[in-house]
Design a protein around this ligand. Structure first.
Ligand code: MZP
Length: 506
């Protein structure tokens, strides 16, 4: 007969943390939120870490280019969705990597013979106010000058004038030599009070541009997640069907981390995919597996030391109807606790630490805090990010309130049959496992995350923890009764959000 587990499937909202000693020296700002994304052998440093424990879901309505840039700037990581053609996904990865390299390849160039009117049009189209003038108008041609919007008066000067009549000629341009460090280039910008510094090779050809605004931007985003070349980091999702073609394209495009996107990762298909990646790339590539919801699933994926991190969750996602449709899944808190317990045992036995990601079903900031206290190293969220300005969907006004569309990868709209049919060859979705919905627009990602992370830091201080690993070790949780959930809200007081409500109650 079937095995019936003794425990009930639990969710995060059924638990609360108990405060522990806070030391006087502790402050929320002093809390370290760095967390590993790669398997860690004892006494070694992780191959890849993120600065805050938050990643965005591998979903069409979530992880686009703009959101990936915004999230990396706030210290987290996006996983660009794989339910799209390989070249399109690779192009999105490339765009994030190119976004701010410190040294930027110039994408708006002109020639000395171009007309002033043409350059103005070019500036309007690209949004750039500084345009290199090269011999052939290319990004790598011989630099002959620079033209900026300060070099002409659009409504006074003759738009038929040649660029050469207005540009700063090469002899007067301050430039850096190819090979200069980013720090050296920024020092030149500072010293000469310039906004843009062209970098030239020994023959005077343009190699790159360095901008003052990029330097300032970096200072404003101290948590930014950057690679060794100071480019923003980005992750990419893969599936068990076309990894032989998709993985090389994503690595070539510069993806920093890969992750199998599957509703059920406890499969031989995923193990085969993981083995293939290790055979081709060894440990160079950071690759996550999942999803699993049990210690048994964890044991399977860590066999052979192939996987870097493991995602936990099935059926808890805000747009997910898998449990209703197929009768399979597990309460997210129970799934996480089971897997984390086994992960800790595995670490004690082998000295190998496997980061765990709690994926889906986090309905508010409190649940993020509880998931991390229960032992997740980081959380993956869809709805949370779909609600931000930077998610890839258009804003829609419904009854005066702004919303954004948000749909599951298991919907007909997403057509992500690979996520749900690991074994079946059919490319047809026989039934849906997700819904197509709207979520309220909440504002820019950086603002939303600032609040969430401040709450997390503050709770960590309540528990006396300076880092996420200390948080897990020190956390004591209690289960709550339905009555204590009622008690947690306000009681016997009236809250008025506007004068109009006051009038109505009067
Ligand atoms: P949430 O943050 O919106 O609650 O959940 C996001 C997670 O739900 C994703 O990371 C993924 O694991 C899962 N997901 C995505 N699409 C579906 C679906 O259509 C789904 N059923 O369950």
């Amino acid at each position: 007969m079937a095995t019936i587990l003794k425990d009930t499937s639990r969710t995060f909202s059924e638990y609360l943390l108990i405060p522990r000693l806070t030391r006087k020296s502790q402050t929320a700002d002093g809390v370290d939120l760095t967390t590993p994304l790669s398997a860690v052998e004892s006494n070694q440093l992780p191959r890849f870490s993120i600065n805050v424990p938050v990643v965005s879901a591998c979903m069409q309505a979530v992880s686009g280019t703009k959101l990936s840039i915004a999230l990396a700037r706030s210290g987290g990581l996006s996983f660009i969705f794989c339910s799209q053609p390989i070249d399109e996904q690779a192009e999105m990865v490339r765009q994030v990597k190119m976004h701010k390299a410190g040294f930027v390849r110039s994408d708006t160039n002109t020639t000395p013979d171009a007309k002033l009117g043409e350059v103005i049009e070019l500036m309007n189209r690209s949004g750039h106010s500084t345009v290199p003038v090269t011999s052939d108008g290319s990004a790598t041609g011989k630099l002959l000058g620079l033209i900026t919007d300060q070099d002409f008066w659009e409504f006074e000067d003759d738009l038929n004038n040649r660029v050469s009549q207005h540009m700063t000629p090469r002899e007067e341009v301050i430039y850096g030599d190819d090979g200069i460090s980013l720090r050296g280039a920024n020092q030149l910008l500072h010293q000469h009070k310039k906004d843009c510094l062209p970098i030239l090779d020994a023959s005077g050809n343009l190699v790159a541009l360095v901008f003052k605004k990029d330097y300032e931007d970096h200072q404003r985003h101290p948590m930014e997640l950057l690679d060794d070349s100071k480019r923003l980091c980005v992750g990419a999702a893969i599936n068990t069907h076309d990894y032989r073609e998709r993985v090389p394209a994503l690595i070539e495009a510069g993806a920093d981390c890969l992750c199998f996107d599957s509703s059920d990762g406890f499969t031989e298909y995923q193990m085969e995919g993981m083995s293939w990646i290790r055979q081709q790339y060894g440990n160079q590539v950071v690759v996550g597996g999942g999803n699993v919801v049990s210690a048994e699933g964890f044991d399977y994926l860590v066999e052979n030391h192939l996987v870097d991190f493991i995602k936990v969750g099935m059926g808890g996602g805000s747009i997910c109807i898998t449990r209703e449709q197929k009768g399979i899944g597990r309460g997210q808190a129970s799934a996480l606790l089971d897997v984390v317990e086994r992960r800790d045992e595995y670490f004690r036995d082998t000295g190998r630490y496997i980061p765990i990601c709690s994926d889906g079903g986090l309905a508010n900031d409190t649940q993020i805090v509880i998931a991390l206290a229960m032992g997740a190293d980081f959380v993956m969220m869809g709805r949370y990010f779909a609600m931000t300005e930077e998610s890839p969907t258009p804003k829609t006004s419904i009854n005066g309130q702004m919303y954004k569309p948000y749909w599951g990868e298991g919907t007909r709209r997403a057509q992500n049959w690979q996520r749900y049919s690991d074994g079946m060859s059919s490319r047809r979705m026989m039934f849906e496992e997700g819904v197509d919905a709207y979520v309220p627009l909440v504002g820019p990602l950086s603002e939303v995350m600032e609040t969430t992370l401040y709450k997390l830091r503050s709770t960590m201080v309540n528990v006396g923890a300076d880092s996420l690993s200390e948080f897990r070790e020190r956390a004591i949780l209690t289960m709550v009764s339905e009555q204590s959930v009622v008690e947690a809200g306000t009681s016997t007081v009236f809250q008025f959000s506007s004068n109009r409500e006051l009038d109505r109650l009067d």
